[in-house]
Design a protein. Structure first.
Length: 274
């Protein structure tokens, strides 16, 4: 169910003291906590440092494998005091999908492919784990391309009947050459032509919030370039491991992949299918 955007959650969220239960955030979901405290300097969820705006808003990503039930965010204020924000992790059942991939190398990669994608994953990991300065919260984000949702976040995938990692992003299908825009302002942190993701652009939105847009036919942004929301960064294609032309959008917050639908002002209620 994707009827809740973070905007609704943000207006409902209350700053609560230890013990009280606040809102629910779905596995793989995202919420904004309004603390109404401009002296908020840091927030964390377990070991994970969370993005905090200068207006006292905390960005709370919930891992799709997070344990359902009570969880809490630790808040730290300028005077050194601390508080706890309690919330509930709501269990979510992710759909299963069976795909037939024509090129068997994408299902059972050759040793040189493994070496290649391991190297590429390391380059991506550097961006995912970065924590650069954030000028403003990058929400709500914009849908990166006009098209239909062809596969949602978190789908448990079987490629040629073999189980693989869950779908790390949202797929939007559109004809090759359809423009792809930056979902929010940021800095182009990485571009390239990768084994699984094809031609891709990684955008650092600041504070560990990163978008990856993959399978492009053309990349039209350069590493180091600053982009505004809506700026052209590439074109839809079918490069890398795909079954057709689409853009794959990963949204990562502090290394935790979340459903990009939660970052939009108006999430799509379409579950899947074009
Ligand atoms: Zn995808």
């Amino acid at each position: 169910m994707k009827t809740h955007s973070i905007w609704l959650a943000a207006t409902l969220a209350l700053f609560v003291s230890i013990g009280a239960m606040a809102e629910s955030v779905r596995q793989g979901g995202l919420s904004l906590i309004e603390t109404h405290r401009t002296d908020l300097v840091a927030a964390s969820l377990g070991e994970q440092r969370l993005p905090v705006s200068d207006k006292g808003v905390v960005v709370l990503p919930v891992d799709m494998d997070a344990k359902p039930g009570e969880a809490h965010v630790t808040l730290e204020f300028a005077d050194g005091s601390r508080a706890t924000y309690n919330f509930n992790v709501e269990a979510h059942t992710f759909r299963e999908e069976r795909l037939q991939i024509a090129n068997q190398r994408y299902v059972e990669p050759h040793p040189e492919d493994v070496e290649r994608y391991t190297r590429e994953a390391e380059r991506q990991e550097k961006v995912y784990s970065s924590f650069s300065e954030m000028s403003a919260l990058p929400f709500p984000m914009a849908v990166p391309t006009n098209g239909c949702r062809s596969s949602e976040f978190g789908v448990r995938r079987f490629l040629n009947d073999q189980p693989r990692s869950p779908h790390s992003g949202l797929d939007i299908a559109a004809p090759t050459g359809t423009p792809i825009i930056a979902p929010a302002a940021g800095r182009i942190a990485l571009t390239g032509d990768f084994f699984f993701s094809g031609k891709l652009v990684m955008i650092d939105h600041g504070a560990g919030i990163v978008s990856v847009l993959g399978h492009m036919s053309e990349v039209s942004a350069e590493e180091g370039q600053l982009v505004d929301q809506g700026d052209l960064v590439g074109e839809v294609g079918a490069t890398g491991r795909v079954t057709g032309a689409h853009v794959h959008w990963t949204l990562s917050i502090g290394g935790v992949r979340v459903d990009p639908e939660f970052a939009l002002e108006s999430p799509s209620s379409q579950v899947t299918g074009c």
